[in-house]
Ligand binder design. Structure first.
Ligand code: DAH
Length: 347
């Protein structure tokens, strides 16, 4: 017959053991394992019930109460240990994964469009707002489209105005986007209103000239087109590009494909027209060539010059970019020097 006092001693010993062992536990998994070893059916506490049959029947209820009390205490003890371990684990995880939000981040540099592309896009925006459509020609042209059809036959002295890269006796790298005028007029009936941007090539190389540069050709053909229409459109364009105060003036000039031909000047946007180094003290800056399409050119394309007239203009995109952004050597536009390119971001 087992003595109740003795069994109480066992119960107290188990309680003590649980206290000791749980004191050294490091994580919730270990708590779980230990809990199992005491509280499972075959665990140490469960095993105490084996003594029941040896207890004096009058003391069995008391013994059962004592074992249950131990069970309740152990359960609560393990649960609170478990809670404590989990709290510590989450805390440790926070520490491990802590992010210092005050740490300076890596700066990401965003690229921007090349100034020539920026100006090209600005011009396209402005002129499409006036109803122009884009026509892109080809960089290799035959002699006819680049010169002859533009009223510049083989022996014409005006061919000397442009030093041409010949690919063969008949093919050239186009020297001007004006070639696009012919393609459009051959294929479309008036009214015509096109803008033709693209690269052109000339054997020319100094501070303001590059063997490859970009132009933007404009052509309008309809009934009753005059120089007034030309100046009106160009006024809008220069005000948008160089500022509202800017004025234009037309100066007589010569191009084989226009009659009359004009050079278009804008009032100096540096000094407002008073005269300064930038405009060489003239108050004006030359910006593009233009004119009324020569009757011969219309005829070459099968457009009746007695019914229709046209205006045309050719804008040098690098020239506009250089003027607008104060670049004095065209090479800076082709050297890809980020110190220059990063400064220009008009979109
Ligand atoms: N094609 C001329 C050049 O490259 C520019 C030009 C002048 C274009 C007058 C035109 C124009 O359409 O009418 O120098």
């Amino acid at each position: 017959m087992a003595n109740l006092e003795e069994l109480r001693g066992k119960i107290a010993a188990i309680r003590e053991e649980i206290r000791k062992e749980t004191a050294n536990l490091q994580d919730s998994k270990a708590v779980y394992e230990l809990k199992k070893s005491f509280l499972d059916k075959s665990g140490r506490i469960g095993q105490l019930m084996r003594y029941m049959k040896d207890v004096d029947p009058s003391q069995r209820a008391e013994f059962g109460k004592n074992v249950n009390a131990l069970k309740d205490w152990a359960l609560e003890h393990f649960n609170s240990m478990d809670e404590e371990m989990r709290r510590r684990e989450v805390q440790a995880q926070y520490e491990r994964e802590k992010i210092d939000i005050t740490m300076p981040s890596h700066r990401r540099t965003a690229g921007n469009l090349h100034p020539v592309t920026q100006v090209r896009n600005q011009l396209i925006d402005i002129f499409s707002g006036m109803g122009f459509e884009i026509f892109e020609g080809t960089e290799v042209e035959n002699d006819y489209y680049n010169f002859t059809a533009l009223n510049t036959p083989k022996d014409h002295p005006a061919r000397d105005m442009q030093d041409t890269f010949y690919l063969s006796p008949d093919f050239v790298l186009r020297t001007q986007t004006s070639a696009a005028q012919i393609h459009v007029m051959e294929n479309e009936k008036p009214p015509i209103k096109i803008l033709s941007p693209g690269k052109v090539f000339r054997s020319d190389d100094d501070a303001t000239h590059s063997p490859m540069f970009s132009q933007m050709e404009g052509l309008v053909v309809d009934k009753g087109i005059t120089l007034g229409d030309l100046q009106g459109m160009l006024d809008v364009f220069v005000k948008k590009v160089f500022g509202d105060e800017t004025r234009t003036r037309l100066r007589p000039s010569f191009f084989p494909f226009t009659e009359p031909s004009v050079e278009v000047d804008v009032s100096c946007f540096e000094c407002g027209g008073k005269g300064c180094n930038f405009c060489k003290h003239t108050g004006w800056i030359e910006i593009l060539g233009a004119g009324i399409v020569n009757r011969k050119v219309l005829e070459n394309c099968g457009v009746d010059p007695d019914v229709y007239s046209g205006l045309a203009f050719g804008i040098g995109i690098e020239r506009v970019a250089m003027l607008k952004y104060g670049i004095n050597n065209i090479k800076q536009l082709f050297e890809s020097d980020l110190r220059v390119l990063e400064q220009i971001n008009d979109k």
